[in-house]
Design a protein around this ligand. Structure first.
Ligand code: FES
Length: 130
């Protein structure tokens, strides 16, 4: 049986991958189809944060995918809409009002850090008022 030489195989894989180098964890070449998969991205649930009352010590699941109908909390929609994403579980140390991220681009999840202002050009409905 004819087997391609490793160097020829690497050339073929680089050509298929647009010349990008892509390695598996052991350092060997990886299939281009595995290299080109973009990381999962959440959708913008709202262009502004959600104001919520949190209880100290209570466990919450903040929706990280943006598909939940119970924003800003998870309703399980990520299982079908964004299987690569999962909710962020957190338990606040203090009770009180908090602004939880609605644009899903915060750098300090689950809390709003103002990132929604950077994403103002993207389409999303305003956050519903309670
Ligand atoms: S529905 Fe968005 S993380 Fe669960």
């Amino acid at each position: 049986m004819l087997r391609p030489r490793p160097a020829a195989l690497v050339s073929l894989m680089r050509a298929a991958g647009g010349g990008r180098r892509c390695r598996d964890p052991s350092g060997g070449p990886r299939l281009p189809s595995l290299c080109s998969a973009p990381p999962a991205q959440p959708v913008i649930a709202a262009k502004e944060p959600f104001l919520v009352e949190l209880q100290a010590g209570k466990s919450y699941s903040w929706c990280a995918c943006g598909h939940s109908k119970r924003q800003p909390f998870c309703d399980g929609a990520h299982r079908t809409e964004a299987p690569a994403l999962s909710p962020l579980r957190f338990s606040p140390a203090r009770a009180g009002a908090a602004l939880l991220c609605g644009c899903k681009r915060t750098r300090s999840p689950p809390y709003c850090d103002g990132s929604h202002r950077e994403n103002a050009g993207q389409a999303a409905p305003p956050a519903p008022r309670a």
